[in-house]
Every structure is written in structure tokens, then in C-alpha cells.
Design a binder for this molecule. Structure first.
Ligand code: GRF
Length: 196
């Protein structure tokens, strides 16, 4: 069984979905830890309520350099798969190098469009709505050293209706995220090799 570590900074809806898929055995993995930079996040609250191991790693709490601290924590977890689920910090190079094709991220748009620095949260949906595109969607991709540039694993589209605004679009996209992220994770855990 794969040891999974999730990184999340915000509400944690993807984290919760992953947790339930593991609980229901839809994903053949073990959720060993949540890592967050935000002690007040919904993700941390959920971890506390559900007795999931968690660690807050941010610049205020670590004496060690943060990059090294990540590496140590992940090594101690014996991690096989790292999942970024709304994690607002860049994963340091040392970690990316050690876990090549073992770090996934979910992005709320059809990459390579609307990716890169500054494209997070509602910024993405506002940009999509302003562009007049007919479709948006979500992308699961591997993480490399460049923001939102790693190989795409799964994408799914959603049609933008005339009456959609950034808010309604964000809801549609989030529900697609909750479908395709578990799908990608399941495939990774079922195959002993990497997908792609
Ligand atoms: C999602 O839209 C995800 O695509 C992005 O951050 C958001 C996290 O949402 N990377 P949640 O915290 O999982 O609800």
C-alpha cells in the first residue's frame, strides 16, 4: 500500500475527498500525514477532528531551514506519493528532485492555459471568465521545478454557460477536481509503476 502525504493550506475539500476515498477503500493507500503552512486552515481542523497526523511547517515554527525540514518529515513518513491540494507554497527544489513523478498537484483550469505564478484561487476563474473561453476544467499534473508545468496526468473539461461568473465556475470546477484527483491517485496506487 502506498504511503500518501497531502499538503494543503486552505479549506481542504480535496483533502477531505481523498481522506474519504481512502476510508472507503476506493484508493488503495494509507494517509500518513497532512502538512500545512496554515494552522488555521480547514484542512488542519479536519485532520484534528478525524485524528489524522498533521504537521504545520512554516517559517515561524522551524529552526531548521524549511526546505530541509520538509525533506526530513517526508523521509520519516516513508512517503510514496505526495499530493498538493491547494498548497500555497512552492515545493522546494530538494524535495522535487527527490520525489520526481511522485508529487501531484490539482489545478483549477485546463493547463497549460491559466497556469503559472499568480494563477491561483479566484484569479484563475476571473481570468477564464474574462477571456470569453467556452470551456474551463481541472488538471492533475506532476510537479516539477516550474509552477504548473509538470506532465499532465488527467484533465476534464466543463462547459462555461452564458450566465456563469467566476463564482459559479469555481464551484463547477471544484466538483470536477473531486472526481479526477481521486481517479489519478487510484491509478497511481493500483499500478506499481508511475502513470504516464
Ligand atoms: C483547488 O481549486 C485546487 O485546484 C487549487 O486549490 C484549490 C483547493 O481547494 N490548487 P480545497 O482547499 O481543496 O477546497
Amino acid at each position: 500500500m502506498k504511503n500518501i502525504v497531502v499538503f494543503a493550506s486552505g479549506n481542504g475539500s480535496n483533502f477531505k475527498k481523498i481522506f474519504y476515498c481512502i476510508e472507503n477503500r476506493e484508493i488503495n493507500g494509507s494517509l500518513v500525514m497532512l502538512i500545512s503552512n496554515n494552522p488555521n486552515s480547514g484542512a488542519i481542523k479536519f485532520a484534528e477532528e478525524n485524528k489524522i497526523n498533521y504537521k504545520v511547517l512554516n517559517n515561524h515554527r522551524c529552526n531548521n531551514s524549511l526546505d530541509k525540514e520538509y525533506e526530513i518529515v517526508l523521509r520519516d513518513c516513508n512517503v510514496d506519493l505526495i499530493l498538493l491540494a491547494g498548497f500555497m507554497k512552492k515545493i522546494p527544489k530538494n524535495v522535487v528532485r527527490l520525489y520526481k513523478k511522485k508529487i501531484m498537484n490539482i489545478h483549477p483550469a485546463l493547463l497549460p492555459k491559466y497556469g503559472g505564478k499568480g494563477f491561483y484561487g479566484m484569479n484563475v476563474h476571473n481570468a477564464v471568465i474574462n477571456s470569453g473561453d467556452n470551456y474551463s476544467g481541472a488538471t492533475v499534473h506532476y510537479v516539477n521545478e516550474f509552477y504548473d508545468k509538470g506532465d499532465v496526468i488527467i484533465q476534464k473539461k466543463v462547459k462555461i454557460e452564458l450566465n456563469d461568473d467566476a463564482h459559479s465556475l469555481s464551484k463547477k470546477v471544484l466538483s470536477i477536481e473531486h472526481e479526477i484527483y481521486p481517479q489519478a491517485i487510484k491509478e497511481f496506487c493500483d499500478n506499481n509503476k508511475n502513470i504516464n
